[in-house]
Design a protein around this ligand. Structure first.
Ligand code: 3H9
Length: 696
């Protein structure tokens, strides 16, 4: 036994209580403890049944992810599961909190399963680039049938106890202390003379059209391999005897463990949790926030107000006149109706949010009591400064004054107040009540308490909050502007926007950059180009054709035409041929002979530009660690999770190779392709970005 498993005797029943906080992950000590516990129960005279139960907040959250990538240590989980299942004693699992991955696999090896009503079960290995590796793909289909098992395994979703009961994944739902409930159930089973019921001995489930299922899952996964592989593993449960199926599953699990996708996804799992873990905030208490003010009720302001309401905060929204306030309220109502429809809130909460929790006003005086105010007005420095001057006059001492600017200088905004320590950037991404990313922009004088308050607000809203320093575009938009430029250059030189979009969705992006530009509105980039034109370096290559689209009134999706043409009622658009006419005219004007680009070269250049700028952002301290940049791109820009982020991608392709690509591109355009000093440094030292993450 190890001290991770407590052994108790309750009459005829031996209880194995897992004690590995916070979530009873199946570390080597837990695995060996479980084995020793089973041995002890079997040798313990009079014991007829074993109850496996977890201490703390969960039954078992799965294998210990921290062990992945290291040499696996015995005993291995599949062997532990087989030993549990083969026990001559009756084995019962009592599940509460979550039972995920290896946790559910342990439960499936027990002969009976009982769960709390609010318990959740799942096989989320695909989210780590894996498939279940301890019998999950072989046992689950035997009790739920193939379709339910494929749904659970390929989606990785958490299934609530009542649904798990309905598909047969568990046998009973009962509320109470998990150990007491489990003991009652085990005693009842013994009293009924219930028999052991090993899932492995159940008949194989019925076959389906495997190729069809495989293709459907592969398509949905946008390049992710593990979900489709899971279909093949389930196929093995039908076509092979249990022991053979288990071997096939193990083989696939091992192969997936070696993939870049597994590394990328596990990097994402830990980074997502590490972003808000800032040493500088240790011991710093956030200011209490209950009442939030939002200035401006356009798409962004209404989205922020919705996010605040959904987080249970009181909101006062300021608009310039009654009509604008009404329109803003209608936007919020539309957002909340969506949340209601998706079952995120009850009718009662919905009514409360639109009723007593929300105040619309046209006078800044309504913000007197606000604990935190977020400004979401037009992106113009003078407009923002005038808003902040008014906030400075009205807001109570200690109120946090936040700007949602996406690229303006937060230091300059702060300087328009008498309390720059209270000023911070809270950069939401549109739609703000849906997108998970929040950049917490820390200006020179922002006080640590105010930073902590920004992070606390993000947490309450369920956001992934990333600390960013002040620069044009902060982390995300600065990097976006660079990789978009790399794509724009490829267009001038011979690629088409449509080929670039296709190559990048092939790489795994949710959308290509030109489809994104159409969605965001081409007028945004147009305004930005005009703003930057007076200070632009003569060596910078900027295409003029997008301006021509805008001048003709084509702003993308909202006007029905941009890089693509959009028809009402149809999803997505078709390439707009006028774009190619404009591009070809500009190439001719500039004397460029267009050349061909392969999809591979497109991805390589685009990613090199992204990683190089990301390295500059880290090197300059705008982002604290490489993982912070990775999470910004993942949660705000549709970067494929299975690559982990641009700097994880860079580590995976190898920094020397990336550096040599950039040097090669710089031979054509040494103004754009300026190497990040940090990248050179890491290559010289034989280190990578993950080494910097580990330094913290
Ligand atoms: C698997 O089981 C493979 C098998 O099929 C085959 C094997 C042969 N390991 O998220 P939280 C840590 S694959 C290690 O903040 P929440 C987490 O890092 C595994 N650590 O809380 C954090 O640490 P820290 C399949 C883990 O309440 C702390 O616990 N299982 C693990 O929001 C609290 O986590 C999964 O993929 C783990 N397995 O959510 C489940 N899980 O405090 C992954 C958590 O130092 N886990 N930690 O930052 C989750 O989905 C969520 O963490 C969970 C709790 C829902 C459990």
């Amino acid at each position: 036994m190890t001290d991770k498993i407590a052994y108790e005797r309750h009459g005829d029943i031996a209880v194995l209580l897992l004690q590995n906080p916070p979530v009873n992950a199946l570390s080597q000590e837990v695995r060996s403890g479980l084995m020793a516990g089973m041995d002890r129960a079997e040798a313990d005279t009079g014991v007829k049944a074993v109850l496996i139960v977890g201490d703390g907040r969960a039954f078992i959250a799965g294998a210990d992810i921290k062990e992945f990538g290291k040499t696996p240590l015995a005993p291995h989980l599949p062997d532990v599961c087989n030993l549990i299942e083969a026990s001559p004693l009756l084995v019962v699992a009592s599940m509460h909190g979550v039972s995920l991955g290896g946790g559910l696999e342990v439960a499936l090896s027990a002969h009976y399963r009982i769960a709390q009503p609010e318990a959740r079960v799942g096989l989320p290995e695909v989210h780590l680039g894996l498939i279940p590796g301890a019998g999950g793909t072989q046992r689950l289909p035997r009790i739920t049938g193939v379709l339910a098992a494929i749904d659970m395994i390929t989606s990785g979703r958490h299934v609530k106890a009542p649904e798990a009961l309905s598909i047969g994944a568990i046998d009973k739902v009962a509320a109470g202390d998990p150990q007491a409930v489990g003991l009652d159930y085990a005693n009842a089973l013994l009293a009924q003379g219930a028999h052991r019921r090993p899932v492995s001995e159940m008949p194989a489930p019925e076959a389906i059209d495997w190729d069809e299922a495989y293709d459907a899952v592969l398509k949905k996964g946008r390049g992710q391999i593990s979900p489709a592989q899971a279909v093949r593993a389930v196929q093995a449960s039908v076509e092979m005897p249990f022991a053979e199926g288990l071997k096939a599953e193990r083989q696939m699990f091992r192969e997936l463990m070696q993939t870049d996708q597994r590394q990328g996804m596990i990097h994402a799992f830990f980074s997502e949790r590490a972003v808000s873990n800032l040493p500088e905030l240790k011991g710093i208490a956030p200011r209490p926030v209950e009442a939030v003010g939002v200035i401006g009720g356009g798409t962004m302001g209404a989205g922020i107000a919705t996010a605040a309401l959904l987080a249970g905060l009181r909101v006062t929204l300021i608009e310039r006149d009654e009509a604008a306030a009404e329109a803003a309220k209608a936007r919020i109502a539309g957002n909340l109706a969506g949340a209601l429809k998706r079952g995120k809130i009850t009718q009662e909460t919905h009514d409360e949010m639109l009723g007593s929790a929300l105040t619309m006003a046209t006078d800044y005086g309504a913000l007197k009591e606000a604990d935190l105010v977020i400004e979401a007005v037009f992106e113009d420095m003078e407009v923002k400064k005038s808003v902040f001057r008014q906030l400075d006059e009205i807001c109570k001492p200690g109120a946090v004054l936040a700007t949602n600017t996406s690229y303006l200088d937060v230091n300059e905004i702060a300087s328009s107040t008498s309390r720059p320590g209270d000023v911070i950037g809270l950069h939401f991404f549109s739609p703000a009540h849906v997108m998970k990313l929040l950049e917490v922009v820390v200006a020179d004088q922002t006080s640590p308490e105010v930073v902590a308050t920004g992070f606390a607000l993000g947490k309450r809203m369920g956001k992934v909050s990333v600390r960013a320093g002040v620069c044009d575009g902060f982390i995300g938009n600065r990097i976006l502007s660079t990789y978009r430029t790399a794509a724009d250059h490829m267009i001038l030189d011979g690629a088409t926007p449509f080929q670039i979009d296709a190559a990048l969705t092939g790489f795994g992006f949710a959308m290509g950059p030109y489809a994104v530009a159409d969605l965001a509105g081409l007028d945004i980039g147009w305004a930005m180009r005009k703003r930057l034109a007076p200070t632009r370096d003569a060596r910078e290559r900027v295409g003029r054709y997008p301006d021509k689209l805008c001048e003709a009134g084509h702003f993308g999706q909202k006007t029905g035409k941009g890089f693509y043409i959009y028809e009402k009622g149809k999803r997505g658009g078709v390439p707009n041929p006028e774009v190619m006419t404009l591009i070809e005219a500009e190439r001719a004007e500039r004397g460029i002979t267009p050349r061909g680009f392969t999809d591979e070269e497109i991805v390589r250049r685009y990613m090199a530009a992204m990683a190089n700028e990301a390295a500059k952002v880290v090197g300059e301290g705008i982002a604290r660690r490489p993982l912070d940049v990775d999470m910004v791109l993942l949660f705000g820009y549709g970067f494929p999770r299975y690559w982990g982020g641009p700097l994880k991608w860079a580590d995976l392709v190898g920094l020397p190779a990336l550096l040599s690509d950039i040097e090669h591109y710089a031979q054509e355009d040494d103004y754009f392709w300026q190497l990040a000093p940090l990248l050179q440094e890491l290559v010289d030292e034989g280190r990578n970005f993950d080494d910097l993450n580990k330094e913290g």
